[in-house]
Design a binder for this molecule. Structure first.
Ligand SMILES: Cc1cc2nc3c(=O)[nH]c(=O)nc-3n(C[C@H](O)[C@H](O)[C@H](O)COP(=O)(O)O)c2cc1C
Length: 215
């Protein structure tokens, strides 16, 4: 019996009654129904300080990075703020710089499911922003994404999800993330160090063995 796929969800809103958190919970329910072991992390509870390279590393940031690293897959869910992800969500992900020196680094070979909510119709922009971030962190964005538009219509004021179709889509996304993680487990992974064409990190300068970092 294979060990259950560990899926860590990250909710990116500081708001009580957050719609993106409800969306994340629903996607994690879908992951659990696909026999995964879900863990929900919420920026409001993580309470991470603003990332600064000059400050000490707070235990909360270390714990968050360790949880992300120990996962087999992640699901990210952010509110759309000014056409992109929320600052608190991006700040949490900035702390994953703590995974730069791990082997493999960052979120290598982890599928990442992407969900957003938006007051208008710009949620896909947040999803696309998350896609950029996931790839920068060596993660694999799952093709099925869910930007929930006009969240004020889809969720009740307390954040309850009223729309059965959106709920079903979110659960399906959660199950899809689990399927992707199982495929990675079954088929092995990409080893960039052997691939030759990818320096280990073009963004932060972590050199591959014997190779200069690309700047
Ligand atoms: C600072 C701020 C910026 C926002 N910018 C946008 C935006 O650019 N496009 C949009 O469709 N909705 C925007 N919204 C609306 C939120 O995306 C929407 O209310 C979302 O569902 C909030 O997620 P939450 O309930 O998880 O906090 C913005 C809301 C705030 C507070």
């Amino acid at each position: 019996m294979p060990s259950p796929v560990r899926v860590v969800g990250l909710g990116g809103s500081m708001r009580a009654g957050s719609t993106s958190l409800t969306a994340l919970r629903t996607a994690l329910d879908g992951a659990a129904a696909a026999a995964a072991q879900p863990t929900l992390l919420w920026v409001r509870e993580l309470d991470l300080p603003m990332y600064s390279p000059e400050r000490g590393i707070p235990p909360a940031a270390r714990d968050f990075a360790d949880s992300a690293y120990a996962s087999d897959a992640m699901i990210w869910s952010t509110p759309t703020y000014h056409g992109s992800v929320s600052g608190s969500f991006k700040n949490a992900l900035d702390w994953l710089i703590l995974l730069a020196e791990r082997d493999p680094p960052y979120l290598t070979n982890k599928p990442v499911g992407l969900v957003s909510t938006a007051g208008g119709v710009q949620g896909l922009q947040s999803v696309n922003s998350m896609d950029f971030i996931a790839r920068a962190l060596r993660g694999w964005s799952v093709p099925m994404v869910l930007p929930v538009a006009q969240s004020w219509q889809t969720f009740d004021p307390d954040g309850t999800l009223a729309d059965e179709m959106v709920s079903a889509q979110l659960r399906e996304l959660g199950a899809e993330v689990v399927r992707a993680a199982r495929q990675f487990q079954a088929e092995g992974t990409c080893d960039y160090a052997d691939a030759g064409q990818f320096p280990a990190d073009g963004a932060v300068g972590r050199p591959a063995a014997g190779r200069p970092a690309a700047i």
